[in-house]
Design a binder for this molecule. Structure first.
Ligand code: ZN
Length: 433
């Protein structure tokens, strides 16, 4: 029985056509039960009038570090290596679970406000992130990120174990809205033995791997130099490139690696804004798509973006994709939109990203009244090239309303922002001591 309805809106269908329809939802099952012509079915008491609005699948952010909202704006305009070593890692070393909780809450607030309903996160103190996700009502794929570089053997082994433990312990939390991944940080920050152990552990748990790969040229050179093979061939040899896994960035990929991704059904989390900000390079997205690779969209952490607004990321993906291919027809608007919806859901292994009976009731309703969305010739073009997070009016996840008329339901926005400001200031002070 439908218990929630979004009526009278223009609905984005799986083929990216738009039609006026009522969307009916079973809140208990968290599923869309029907998409029908307006007025064709009885609607329940709890009904949104979406007349004049655009109803789209909730957006899927396949690579971020939400707690890094706490580090937003703390250091910018530096290359990746220097940025991590001089600024980010010292601050992260001083982070306590309460900091991660405050940052994750702020991140969840921002995601809901900008129409994202599912995200994949890599970080530490993951219990605190899981608390924020459970509280917010969002869907997430979480994990503890293991690093062995720069650590003694015991500390490295403990980090590997923690990644496996977290993947086992947290999977299925929040009524199943939380799933997990096993996470080597990257192919250069985890040694070969640890990589193989994480991969094997992931297969035993039946959970995928998610890690950074081929983000910068500096990440590729040491593997080519030491191992005499490309990074993704090295990953495959260590059992770390199996169907369902997904890599973040994939900026520096050669044709063989692209072929490997397609053959092995490993998705790429494309993070165009972070790649531009850190001058990491232009990912060969059109080439990946042409080869049959699933490309999905991530914001990366809010310290390298600097926001979690996936609607903004859509235009970055389309624009950078054209520049990389030297072709204005590359990564067109429908392609970019699919990355943030259907492809994202596929990468995360969730049945969402489409408005059809049986799919998860993960939805965002876009207010099309703003000047920058007028006159409204083409809703897909407007979404990709002109819309922004603040155009989202309602957000629904798993059949529950997370934001109604721009009011977030489960999180107290001003308290969340205040707490994050306090924790961020104290963190910077503590790390400076
Ligand atoms: Zn990242």
């Amino acid at each position: 029985m439908p218990t929630l309805a979004i009526t009278g809106g223009e609905v984005l269908r799986p083929d990216l056509s738009v039609e006026c329809a009522d969307v009916l939802v079973d809140r208990g099952a968290g599923e869309i039960t029907a998409v029908v012509a307006p007025g064709e079915a009885d609607v329940p008491d709890d009904t949104f009038d979406a007349s004049g609005d655009l109803v789209i699948p909730g957006l899927v952010n396949v690579h971020t570090h939400v707690a890094m909202t706490l580090l937003r704006g703390v250091a910018d305009d530096k290359p990746l290596d220097a940025w991590l070593q001089e600024d980010i890692w010292p601050l992260e070393a001083a982070m306590e679970p309460a900091d991660v909780r405050a940052g994750a809450r702020l991140g969840c607030l921002e995601l809901i406000r900008s129409g994202t309903t599912a995200f994949a996160d890599m970080y530490f103190h993951v219990e605190a992130i899981a608390d924020a996700v459970a509280e917010s009502g969002l869907r997430a794929v979480l994990g503890h990120t293991a690093i062995t570089a720069g650590k003694d053997a015991d500390a490295g082994a403990a980090d590997v174990q923690e990644s496996l433990d977290v993947a086992r312990r947290l999977d299925g939390r929040a009524d199943g809205r939380i799933r997990t991944t096993v996470q080597p940080h990257s192919l250069t920050t985890v040694d070969g033995e640890a990589l193989a152990e994480l991969a094997e552990g992931a297969r035993d748990l039946g959970r995928p791997l998610h890690y950074h790969a081929n983000e910068t040229a500096d990440e590729v050179a040491p593997i080519v130099g030491d191992e005499e093979q490309r990074p993704l061939s090295y990953a495959a040899d260590h059992g770390a490139l199996e169907p369902g896994d997904w890599i973040a960035h994939g900026v520096h990929l050669d044709d063989e690696e692209i072929k490997l991704l397609a053959e092995r059904d490993v998705a790429v989390a494309h993070c165009p804004a972070a790649n531009m900000k850190l001058a990491s390079g232009m990912a060969p997205i059109q080439r990946c798509l042409d080869a049959g690779v699933t490309v999905a969209l991530g914001t990366d952490g809010p310290a390298s973006n600097n926001d979690l607004d996936l609607l903004g990321e859509l235009s970055d993906a389309a624009l950078l994709g054209k520049l990389a291919a030297d072709d204005a027809a590359a990564v067109d608007a429908p392609t970019a939109l699919r990355m943030a919806t259907r492809n994202g859901a596929r990468a995360l292994g969730i049945d969402a990203g489409r408005i059809e009976p049986g799919a998860a009731a993960d939805l965002a309703v876009i207010d099309r009244s703003a000047a920058h969305l007028s006159p409204g010739h083409d809703p897909v073009s407007d979404l990709v090239y002109a819309a922004r997070g603040s155009d989202v009016r309602h957000t629904i996840c798993d059949g529950e309303v997370l934001m109604r008329d721009r009011e977030v339901v489960a999180l107290d926005g001003s308290a969340v922002r205040q707490k994050a400001r306090e924790r961020a200031a104290a963190l910077v002070e503590r790390a400076g001591d």
